[in-house]
Ligand binder design. Structure first.
Ligand code: PHE
Ligand code: FE
Length: 285
């Protein structure tokens, strides 16, 4: 086991330069415009309550005080990606590791590694939600176990398709809760408005079998109805589930299985569908 303390650093907030704060402001203002009507209510509420503002890169200590009061989570500063065992141990203790550096002005649109904008603007507001906060801690505990069982790959897909790229079906239509989308200008529009990606109902085994790309927009998104549903679906012991899916083939990132159909017709365009009756989607299968 790596020592957690070896991977923690100080944010040294006073050392950020004005041009770094200026990049934060650019990213922040752009996302604020895009996320109204696209991000889920829980996220927007968390963002407001944290007072993560347009002014510049936030001081982690100030955010941690507010976050700690709300759900007991704290932000700890790390230099970049940390080893899996450290990452899971931190989450299991309600510590969210955040990078400190901010992307350069010519990388505003896409960055493969997380930076402070992704970590703070994308992830931390969701940790203000009590159910999601518990889910993230449980995920950390599940990570320790998955490592021991040799099923990290399967569990990582769950994180990817929920915490990073999850969509939520609401009365008003699909909304974003995945942090990888929330911090990306291009993908926050693409994931809802583009015809190409599949939008499938969340299914634990389906998600764990589905490959993903880290270098382009997603080809498939999984949709939940609320965070309690997500948490309930992930509560069972994964050990037998890992064994079960290990015997099945992986599913390509862009594949649809027989009998599956996209949710976009009922949830993206569909106020009409809702009025015609609740069983429209079942009738299409
Ligand atoms: N129930 C999972 C297990 O037994 C743990 C988990 C909970 C994983 C929530 C992810 C999210 O491994
Ligand atoms: Fe992330």
């Amino acid at each position: 086991m790596s020592e957690i303390e070896d991977y923690l650093v100080e944010q040294n907030w006073a050392d950020y330069r004005e041009d770094e704060h200026a990049v934060w402001r650019l990213l922040f203002e752009r996302q604020q415009r895009l996320l109204a009507g696209r991000a889920c209510r829980e996220y927007l509420h968390g963002l407001r309550s944290l007072g993560v503002a347009a002014g510049g890169i936030p001081d982690f200590r100030r955010l941690s005080d507010i976050l700690g009061q709300a759900t007991g989570w704290r932000i700890v500063a790390v230099p970049g990606l940390v080893p899996d065992d450290v990452f899971f141990a931190l989450l299991a203790r309600r510590r969210f590791p955040s990078t400190c550096f901010i992307r350069h002005r010519d990388q505003l649109d896409y960055l493969q590694e997380p930076d402070v904008f992704h970590d703070i603007y994308g992830h931390v507001p969701m940790l203000m939600n009590p159910v999601f906060a518990d889910y993230m801690q449980a995920y950390g505990e599940g990570g320790v176990k998955a490592l021991r069982l040799g099923h990290l790959g399967h569990l990582a897909r769950l994180y990817w398709y929920t915490v990073e790229f999850g969509l939520l079906a609401t009365e008003e239509g699909l909304r974003i809760y995945g942090s990888g989308i929330l911090s990306s200008a291009g993908e926050s529009v693409y994931c809802l408005d583009d015809k190409r990606p599949h939008r499938l109902p969340f299914d634990l085994r389906r998600v764990m079998r589905t490959q993903y790309h880290i270098d382009r927009y997603q080809e498939t998104y999984f949709v939940i109805h609320n965070f309690a549903e997500l948490f309930a679906a992930t509560r069972p012991d994964f050990a037998p589930i890992y064994r079960e899916i290990a015997a099945l083939p992986d599913i390509a990132a862009d594949a649809m299985l027989p009998g599956e159909h996209d949710m976009e017709h009922e949830d993206a365009e569909p106020r009409i569908g809702k009025k015609e009756g609740p069983h429209l989607s079942a009738a299409r299968v």
